[in-house]
Design a binder for this molecule. Structure first.
Ligand code: XIL
Length: 395
């Protein structure tokens, strides 16, 4: 078996944390890192202030450097459109990130909208940005039930569906061969609400009770790029609810099934779309991480953002609660040494999918990401920094 687990690509980053072209000093919000709760409670506030507030005039350590120190890789999703629309975004990402993932551009609907006419133009924009900014590239995603081209819809449900999906994996993973460190081979195949006994999504290609197709996708990905780490990626594992418990159970069944079929799976992606107000149980989440790690795979937190839909409009309060919520989650996550990568789903509030996917009722913009819309650090940036600083070293 290949020695994959210890092949942490954070190791390659040593010495790469040099400043990149961009503003001489980073904008820092005046409340940087100081949560209102910490100030009000007084308990532990001195310690918090000491560790979170940057020393005057000192260049703050980037998130990627803080992560790499403990064998963790930090990064973010980015879209070609946001790089174009927000000229500061590229420099901000290059400063803090070691890896990027295209938010949409590698999805099937983008790369083969017309059958047998591959179009990698948009995804190559991100790949070029990565290559010129010392960033590694994550692949997202070969198979997803959403964002598939119209021409596939009938075909994937028929007898040729299996081969069509396996070919898709081979095509996209092969196109980026040698350039992608981690691939989300299959995304979001779990949906217990669909009522199937195996907890799988009621998507025709997933034949009931059989995860043979998913296993075949992993085999195809390995063949197409033997050096990429191959991940199963999904959402809804983070909270203490019956629904999420059945999702966690289904995830364990998938891992068992894949291992039984000797599928070459290296990692499990926990999307980590958090939401303030949801019930988080450290014990429940810790146990899930341990259960996944027991399959001898690494774990990546692949799409962190914090939905503030339930919060009142006050910006300071929202930012503090978002940071607090994420820190509780990250502290537990980083305690598990199999967790070796964290990516946020976007890096600045200037561009987040949540404003269209889950808009606030008061029509204010969501504030789910580490930087605000003017690219200044928010309490969430400092919460991530602190959780990274406290993380135990990876093996
Ligand atoms: C989202 C993008 O952020 C949006 O721009 C797009 O319209 C829909 O997809 N889980 C995933 C991601 O795995 O691919 C999704 O990305 C967010 C949820």
């Amino acid at each position: 078996m290949k020695k994959r687990y210890s092949n942490n690509f954070a190791q390659h980053l040593t010495g790469l944390d040099r400043p990149v072209a961009g503003p001489a000093s980073e904008p820092t919000s005046p409340r940087a890192g100081v949560t209102r709760r910490a100030v009000l409670s007084g308990i532990g506030a001195t310690a918090l202030l000491g560790s979170l507030r940057p020393a005057l005039g000192a260049e703050e350590q980037s998130l990627k450097a803080r992560a790499a120190r403990h064998g963790i890789t930090f990064g973010s999703a980015v879209s070609a459109a946001s790089l174009k629309d927000f000229p500061e975004l590229g420099a901000a990402i290059a400063r803090d990130c070691a890896v990027v993932v295209p938010e949409n551009e590698m999805k099937w609907g983008w790369t083969e909208n017309v059958r047998n006419r591959p179009d990698y133009k948009a995804s190559e924009v991100i790949a070029r940005f990565a290559a010129t900014s010392d960033l590694r590239l994550r692949g997202h995603t070969a198979i997803w039930y959403k964002n598939i081209p119209a021409w596939t819809k009938a075909a994937i449900s028929g007898p040729g569906g299996h081969d069509l999906l396996v070919k898709r994996v081979h095509d996209v993973v092969g196109h980026f061969r040698g350039r992608v460190v981690e691939w989300d081979v299959v995304n979001e195949s779990i949906e217990p609400r669909d009522g199937r006994p195996d907890g799988m999504r009621n998507w025709p290609p997933f034949a009931p009770g059989d995860i043979g197709l998913i296993a075949d996708c992993f085999h195809a990905a390995r063949e197409a790029d033997p050096d990429a780490l191959l991940f199963y990626n999904d959402y809804g594992f983070e909270y203490d609810s019956d629904d999420e418990q059945s999702r966690r159970d289904a995830a364990i069944r998938i891992m068992e099934g894949l291992k039984k079929r000797n599928a070459p799976i290296d990692g499990f992606g926990i999307q980590s779309h958090l939401k303030v107000g949801n019930r988080f149980s450290p014990d429940v989440f810790r146990q899930f991480l341990a259960d996944i790690a027991a399959f001898n795979v690494r774990i990546s937190l692949t799409e962190l953002d914090v939905n503030d839909q339930r919060m009142p409009s006050d910006i300071e309060e929202r930012d503090d609660q978002v940071a607090d919520h994420a820190r509780q989650f990250l502290d537990v996550a980083f305690d598990e040494r199999a967790v070796t990568t964290l990516l946020t789903w976007g890096f600045s509030d200037a561009s987040t999918w949540l404003n269209s996917a889950q808009p606030r009722k008061d029509n204010l913009k969501q504030r789910p990401l580490p930087l605000d819309e003017n690219f200044a650090k928010k309490p969430l940036w400092h919460a991530i920094a602190q959780s990274l600083d406290n993380a135990p070293d990876r093996p």
